[in-house]
Unconditional design. Structure first.
Length: 384
């Protein structure tokens, strides 16, 4: 099997780029051929296309034909494919002569404002036009199936690297990740006034200058001096060092229609967590007992959750270990292989093999014509 993975890739400063790079590496290990199709800034991809172009369909079609791909897998986050074009290029590109599988890294269930209404509308079209959909939590799968009556929805856990299990060292807390208004980090910083024996590091890249100022202001109001702010893109090696040196990671999110890659970084190192009851991130913490789930926007609830995790540290680490066994990248890649086989089978049961065979024959004829033309250029008397 040979697939095309459409996603951002390193060296881009983006969580999806890191996710896709890890997944592709494990698929390679399984013997699945992976052609990495990134955007113009993805230096680690085999091809670079314009994700926001209205001609994305033809760009992808040429790669499908050239590489004889069996399937296309798109890692979908709406802003990656054109905020102002409303993802029109991607919507057109979903119609190909091979099955198209889409991973929804965000599943939007609320439509209380214009932005959310637009995202829900785009999500509906993406689900309808794709041949199969992958999501990361049970609740997301149930929502897509019920809301859009979509049968081909597959639950595959996010995936994580297995690193050495953390040993409790003290009372070091960490928030790591992209910093934006949905992360609720200001509530965590305020919670530190109720945790005098703990220290907190906030590390990550601020999406806006306005939110960075909110965090710096909150830190300046901290009365105990137990908060350190490090706002920048943190390289991978430094990221792992920060996580391995922390005892508990905190996710005080107030908006989270996605599963968190950084949450899985914590589990990679065996670090228990405190998360809020926002969106998709709380599900695995509840199901596997990897930490405490607390109320959103409440410094007191966050502080209480931290104390609770510390007092039952060994219990929560057992939950983390159980989740590590279920969600390591090797098992996640195997689940993707199963999903690809199901998508291929369903596609050809619906469309038959005629389209596939016609495409392959056309490609072969094109290659023969190209070879003949090249031969004629080097030997003008050939064929005369």
């Amino acid at each position: 099997m040979k697939i095309g993975m459409v996603s951002k890739f390193p060296e881009q400063e983006d969580g999806i780029a890191l996710y896709s790079d890890s997944l592709c590496g494990e698929l390679d290990e399984l013997g699945i051929g992976v052609v990495r199709i990134g955007d113009k800034l993805s230096t680690a991809s085999n091809y670079a296309v314009d994700f926001k172009s209205l001609f994305l369909k033809s760009q992808l079609r040429r790669i499908i034909e050239k590489e004889s791909l069996d399937l296309l897998h798109i890692q979908y986050v709406a802003p990656h494919f054109g905020k102002f074009s409303l993802n029109l290029g991607l919507l057109l590109a979903l119609s190909q002569k091979v099955p198209v599988v889409v991973t929804l890294h965000e599943v939007h269930t609320a439509a209380s404002n214009l932005k959310e209404k637009v995202l829900c509308f785009l999500q509906k079209l993406i689900v309808k036009k794709s041949d199969a959909v992958i999501v990361h939590t049970r609740q997301q799968k149930e929502y897509i199936q019920l809301r859009y009556r979509k049968k081909d929805v597959m639950l595959i856990l996010h995936g994580l690297v297995l690193r050495q299990m953390h040993k409790l060292k003290g009372k070091s807390l960490l928030f790591f990740g992209m910093l934006n208004h949905g992360k609720g980090v200001e509530y965590l910083i305020r919670a530190m006034n109720e945790l005098p024996s703990f220290t907190l590091t906030v590390a990550g890249k601020a999406v806006t200058a306005g939110y960075e100022q909110i965090l710096r202001s909150a830190a300046s109001e901290n009365k105990l001096g137990n908060v350190r702010i490090d706002i920048r893109w943190v390289p991978e090696a430094e990221k792992w060092q920060l996580i391995e040196n922390s005892d508990i990671m905190i996710f005080p999110y107030v908006w989270a229609p996605y599963q968190s890659g950084t949450l899985h970084n914590a589990f990679s190192c065996g670090v228990p967590v405190v998360v809020t009851d926002a969106g998709a991130i709380a599900e695995v913490v509840k199901d596997y007992r990897c930490g405490r789930v607390v109320e959103q926007r409440s410094p007191k609830a966050i502080a209480s959750g931290v104390k609770g995790v510390l007092s039952n540290y060994a219990l929560y680490q057992q939950g983390v270990q159980a989740y590590r066994e279920a969600a390591n990248w090797g098992k996640v890649a195997e689940k993707h292989a199963e999903a690809y086989n199901e998508a291929l089978q369903g596609y050809y049961e619906t469309h038959g093999v005629i389209e596939r065979d016609r495409a392959r024959k056309a490609q072969l004829a094109e290659e023969l014509a190209r070879d003949k033309a090249e031969t004629n250029e080097t030997n003008p008397t050939y064929g005369k």
